[in-house]
Design a protein around this ligand. Sequence first.
Ligand SMILES: Cc1cc2nc3c(=O)[nH]c(=O)nc-3n(C[C@H](O)[C@H](O)[C@H](O)COP(=O)(O)OP(=O)(O)OC[C@H]3O[C@@H](n4cnc5c(N)ncnc54)[C@H](O)[C@@H]3O)c2cc1C
Length: 389
Amino acid sequence: MPSQKTQVAIIGSGPSGLTLAQLLDGAGVESVVLERRSRDYVQGRVRAGVIEQGTVEILRRAGVAARLEREGLKHHGVEIAAGERRYRIDFAAQSASLTVYGQTELTKDLMEARDASGVPPIFEVDEVVLENIEGDRPRVRYLRHGEPHTLDCDFIAGCDGYHGVSRRSIPASVLTTHERVYPFGWLGVLADVPPVSPELVYASHERGFALCSMRSATRSRCYLQCDLDTDLAKWSDERFWDELASRLPAELAARVVRAPVLEKSVAPLRSFVAEPLRYGRLFLAGDAAHIVPPTGAKGLNLAVRDVDQLAAALAAHYAERRDELLDAYSAAALRRIWRAERFSAWLTSVLHCFPGRTSFDRGMQLAELDHLVSSAAARAAFVETYTGL
Ligand SMILES: Cc1cc2nc3c(=O)[nH]c(=O)nc-3n(C[C@H](O)[C@H](O)[C@H](O)COP(=O)(O)OP(=O)(O)OC[C@H]3O[C@@H](n4cnc5c(N)ncnc54)[C@H](O)[C@@H]3O)c2cc1C
């Protein structure tokens, strides 16, 4: 049976696993990334696109920000619409910005950096099992093309997303989970049409929420709040563009350009936190540890911050034989995670149409938005959290 040894076994080659491998590399710590899917599948997954300044700094340190900084769109504000009303929240007063750059592009940059390091992820692994995580020498067993393999290591980083094996390897008696499942999802499309506005537009409408985002000056990423049982076959491209226009203020609706959709999918919305994030020599990071509804654009950013903290803790272990950062990882990460959960749940609650919403509930949502745009203190707090200052 082929066996291999490394210092850190990383399960999952999403943004958290790949960024962790890069950061560890920079700190002289060896790692091997194991991924269940094929390379093409991972690179083709259309997801996040709003990158915080702090995340850009971490990616720069990881040596993978050059193309993002060259090609990403720098945003200095965001628009919130409610019915016909439009408000712009300016980040300038706080010298804040966001970079719009697709997760697919970031994944490509990270994969190329892993290739250049000479230790690319091992793709298409199956039946991954984590063993001896309470002991000093954990082991990962897996199948590749039907053949059994083992990977011995000092630590395991569970970066395998919400459905991965890592979190499930922690005994139920140790793990506590906290969850809110929303009664709606997002129907998202990607299309080669110019964005309706140069900045993101979040629209709260009687018909439901809509978000106009983008990947470039010529490629839009747009979302509609939808039912969880939405049948994609019933959503022709034309129907999507008509519905999007109906949820935007007239001025923006007039700018909706209709074109064939390149990708269309439904994502359910969920808030989820697992704790603790450490069990023996296993550490959870990214979506394996937490999920936020995408409204606040926090998921990928949180994932990168988790692994930055974890990489520093592992580097201190190897370079200085200091373990206090590893010991502090779970509690410190959870503080940041709960704050992002709070913001994402709040923004979701004020922008979406919940089943059974009363006119009073709608009045409260509009009052929240009115407070946000008319109070300098509320705007400053929003910018601080939204841009991840
Ligand atoms: C529609 C949508 C829009 C979003 N928009 C934003 C946004 O604008 N900004 C933002 O910050 N976030 C956003 N997110 C969230 C963001 O995409 C995720 O938070 C991010 O992908 C998390 O990265 P990760 O590496 O932790 O997990 P993942 O990206 O889920 O990667 C986990 C990897 O582990 C692999 N894996 C799973 N099980 C196993 C196993 N047993 N063995 C080996 N490998 C395994 C998976 O195949 C996957 O490649 C959005 C998400 C969605 C769905």
